[in-house]
Write a protein that binds this ligand. Sequence first.
Ligand code: CDP
Length: 230
Amino acid sequence: MSEIIIAIDGYSACGKSTLAKQVAEHFGYLFIDSGAMYRAVTLFALQNGCVIDGKVNEKALVECLSDVHLEFKKEAGIPRIHLNGLDVEDEIRKGQVPNFVSQVSAIKEVREKLVNEQRAMATLGGVVMDGRDIGTVVFPNAALKIFVTASLEIRIERRFQELKAKGIVVEKSEIAKNLNERDYIDTTRIESPLRQAPDAIILDNTQLTKEEQLNWVVTHVKSLLNKNLS
Ligand code: CDP
């Protein structure tokens, strides 16, 4: 056992992608941000008239799903999502995308398409993927499953700082509303709701620095690899 799959799931803005990126870099693994894929489909829906009067038109979106082509391309070593050939990594974090992504993610056909693509990207192993259903649905046999949690206050603060660093200014109250709404839809939807896999280990990173959370994961990975060698 050398190149394993590491599944990282958890609520919105608790630092899953940051952690997944750190872990992937540490082990020289491929990092896949599954949330970016759902966000890119949402951007496509918004750009193609599939959101009307504040609601996602499920039928219209499903009908044109075959026109959605997603790809990660690396820039300075960091994968960036491309939608139909265009880099949309920054665009999917702002505007209306955060408000509609959980509605789009609840659609069965959208999930089927993206889960197939996620599995295809990981056939060689050596992957760190973060999202909501990675340990439960996408890779139920992943060697290591981590369920990340953090207090709501710290999640709001982290998202605020993340957006601010990108020059996007959003009120903290609006961030709180968005995180609560998405967590509600993500945990209560019928298709692959956000759940902790029974064999996942919990990482509460409320009080941890980035370095400490990386060390925590590295220790778990090493002990797992040693166990499998002995
Ligand atoms: O960065 P943040 O944690 O706020 O969200 P994200 O990981 O970019 O995911 C955005 C949205 O995509 C989530 O709120 C879910 O609705 C959806 N998603 C999902 O349903 N399944 C995944 N594997 C990943 C994201």
